[in-house]
Design a protein around this ligand. Sequence first.
Ligand code: M6R
Length: 364
Amino acid sequence: EKGGYPDFMMKEIHEQPRVVRDTLAGRLTGGTLTIDELDLSHEELNLIDRVYVIACGTSYHAGLVAKQLIEGWARIPTEVEVASEFRYRNPIITPTTLVVAVSQSGETADTLAAIRDARVRGAKVFGITNVVGSPVARESDGVIYTKANKEIAVASTKSFLGQVVSLTLLSMLLAQTKGKLTTSQIKLLFKELADTAEQIETILSDTTAIDEAALACKDACSSLFIGRGLGSAICAEGALKLKEISYLHAESYPAGEMKHGPIALIDEGFPVVAVATQSPTYEKTISNLQESRARGAMVVAIATEGDTEIKKHAEHVIYIPKVRDCFSPITASVPLQLFARAIAVARGCDVDQPRNLAKSVTVE
Ligand code: M6R
């Protein structure tokens, strides 16, 4: 049932091009995006003036991506919060607040409690879940199903991709509704979004550089993941993947924070994994790599195909196809999944069933 792959995680990583295709199927008709399941009129959508994305773990990291896309495209103030914090504070909610609850399993206790609380306070709640008929689906006003199909490995991979693609669509829909993206912009973005399926296939077709970097890092006790903008969100997910399946400590920081503390950790051979793809802050990230290497760091950089400059600043470069920055979370997270898995395998860990963790967390 592993389809010839050594473990479920590897099988699920390889399903991601299909997840992208299935998530996008039928969503664009003549330049208009449709997410009918949301069950909100154009007017109601147009009135939304605040968004909270509520989730836990990996799903929370998909929310970090959504915040940047919703604010960037639709210009709606958006907060991302872990459900266990949201449910115990007093968030500002009005009838024009949209709460987006993201949960692979659809049964995470804190996320469900946050949904109930948000609805009592009068918010509209959209669920984004992978499990049809799950409590999150039942208790939300509208639901988008990620098309990942059953995910068995405890570490989320394909469901994360499905969440990011679904949230990207939702962000585009909000921007379209608010008149912030034109029909031709939507069409172009949608095409490029669809192209990421093939770009993931390219990444999966040759993992040599990823495996080499993983072998070089496998005996470390700790590591840092750094990036800026969307790269910072991807790093948060990359670090979680690594720690949960390999038990190698990994911490993510926005690269600009290095001088405010984490750079003190760096000594000879300390792994610094950087998302350094083409983006408006590329040069700034390069400076952070130089500062890290000057203190002995072993830099592993995820970079854009064709970037020769990066080789001067990293011991290991993992190239990925060029995409528009807004779609980099979809492509750049794939090598980080493979990197975490390769380290876990090299350290003799049970990739699919990491210690102390359960696939769904139905108690607080
Ligand atoms: O089912 P959910 O998306 O609500 O689960 C949230 C987290 O428990 C989950 O993402 C967890 O962090 C995964 N093990 C990450 O790989």
